[in-house]
Design a protein around this ligand. Structure first.
Ligand SMILES: CC(=O)N[C@H]1[C@@H](OP(=O)(O)OP(=O)(O)OC[C@H]2O[C@@H](n3ccc(=O)[nH]c3=O)[C@H](O)[C@@H]2O)O[C@H](CO)[C@@H](O)[C@@H]1O
Ligand SMILES: C=C(OP(=O)(O)O)C(=O)O
Length: 436
């Protein structure tokens, strides 16, 4: 179990460039299985989850070549389906959430797709019904081995269908979409997730020869095609990382420029931080966060009532930034209610912030009220364990703003989504070391 030691209370300054998007990478990498042609992908983040998925593809027989620091080619012209039945796959397939999206492409191209219950953050129930209900609608037979938590779908051929998803699941939409592109006839997916990463996947599939319309909306129409060809694709910058750095800048009263953020794909992210009173300047495609010498003040609603920040499927605010927003609010002027609607166990990390001196009332598993300190009392350093990726980064930001030296254990949770976080933060002045 790795550990960070962080000496807090120092201002940072400089530029930071976001890595390629983790959650886009997981979709795009699975899509390479849809063709026997070469697919070239750029801006792939070097993080644990992505590397685990690349290993799974390699074990499936995909030929992989690293052609640059973050660029790879993939060729799935000789896929070893027997690996899917192996004990090794039952273990490795569990290692991350994104592995679930291997199922759609495998089912579409080879008539079968299997997966052990995938991993990812333990942040509440993470059901897979939407995925499998979609595959069943396309004509697949479903089986589930309860003892081994092993899921499987099989079909001689898939047939297009109209479906209304029970929820706008991000990985569910990607998975069903990747099956539908090779189904016979037309599929419509209503209540589809439509975040930028899914739009990227649709665009990539269309470049490969798929016929998807409605990209960016919650109604996708897919005319099935016989086969797909190769393509070249570049990942967007990671919007959750961008939001993390905005929060970091404000809470450490630092002047930070976040480079090449792809503004048009940030949705509500800048707006939500602005509601906390954080100044964000657009400079070309960069975000400039000035030093907040006098702190930042949370806005109330027009009628004077307390601000609520909650998550919702895109174009709503992403649940993956709520832990960071909550943490940054602990030093604001004013109060805010954080309502995490999607996940039921994602707010328990506030106990650690409370230990550090933050004023937070956990109302129930989904809601927490934060009463900001306005920097009148600095958070105190402590020892903590990172429970999930975003809580981990939130605690790291809290530690960088706190007085004294904090210790964060279980930093693999952070490394699974943030590339070289310690050296990138050291480059802008953070005092953070990795101790084992
Ligand atoms: C690898 C990956 O891409 N992971 C992301 C993906 O996970 P993932 O695709 O697993 O998440 P889903 O979109 O399926 O659902 C997330 C949670 O929200 C609930 N839900 C979802 C949609 C909805 O309309 N109502 C609702 O309540 C689900 O029941 C579930 O508890 O999307 C989540 C939601 O943005 C993000 O937190 C994860 O980082
Ligand atoms: C919850 C997340 O990831 P995963 O779905 O991989 O657990 C996340 O990226 O915040």
């Amino acid at each position: 179990m790795g550990t960070f030691k962080i000496e807090g209370g120092h201002q940072l300054k400089g530029e930071i460039t976001p890595q390629g998007a983790k959650n886009e990478a997981l979709q795009i990498l699975c899509a390479v299985l849809l063709t026997d042609q070469k697919v070239t992908i750029h801006n792939i983040p070097n993080i644990i989850d992505v590397n685990k998925l690349i290993d799974l593809l390699e074990n499936l027989g995909v030929k992989i070549q690293k052609i640059g620091s973050s660029s790879y080619t993939f060729k799935a012209d000789d896929v070893h389906l027997e690996y899917l039945q192996s004990e090794e796959f039952k273990k490795d397939g569990r290692g991350l959430r994104g592995s679930i999206m291997l199922v759609g492409p495998l089912l579409a191209r080879f008539g079968k797709g299997y997966i052990p219950k995938p991993g990812g953050d333990k942040i509440g129930r993470r059901r897979l019904d939407t995925h499998f209900e979609g595959f069943i609608k396309l004509g697949a037979k479903f089986r589930y081995n309860r003892e081994e938590y092993f899921y499987g779908v099989e079909a001689k051929s898939l047939k297009g269908a109209d479906m209304l998803l029970d929820e706008a699941s991000v990985t569910g939409t990607a998975n069903i979409l990747m099956a539908a592109v090779l189904a016979k006839g037309t599929t419509t997916i209503y209540n589809a997730a439509c975040e930028p990463y899914l739009q990227q996947l649709c665009k990539m599939l269309n470049r490969m020869g798929a016929k998807i319309s409605g990209v960016g909306s919650n109604l996708l129409t897919i005319e099935g095609v016989e086969e797909l060809g190769g393509t070249e694709h570049t990942m967007l910058p990671d919007m959750i990382e961008i939001g993390s750095w905005i929060g970091l800048a404000a809470m450490t009263k630092s002047e930070i420029t976040i480079k090449n953020v792809s503004w048009e794909n940030l949705g509500q992210i800048p707006m939500v931080f602005e509601k906390l009173g954080i100044k964000i300047e657009r400079r070309g495609d960069d975000i400039f966060v000035p030093e907040h010498k006098k702190g930042y003040e949370i806005q109330n609603y027009i009628d004077g009532s307390v601000l609520t920040i909650s998550d919702a499927p895109w174009p709503g605010f992403t649940p993956d930034l709520l832990s960071i927003v909550l943490t940054v609010a602990t030093q604001a002027r004013g109060s805010v209610l954080i309502h995490q609607k999607m996940f039921e166990s994602r707010l328990f990390f506030v106990d650690k912030l409370i230990d550090m001196g933050a004023k937070i009332i956990l109302c129930d598993p989904h809601r927490a009220t934060v009463i900001g300190h306005d920097f009148e009392s600095q958070l105190k350093a402590t020892t903590m364990t990172s429970p999930d990726i975003r809580a981990g980064v939130s605690l790291l930001i809290a530690a960088l703003s706190a007085q004294g030296t904090s210790t964060i254990h279980n930093i693999e949770q952070i490394d699974r989504g943030y590339q070289d976080i310690d050296s990138r933060l050291r480059a802008i002045g953070a005092r953070i070391v990795r101790v084992d």
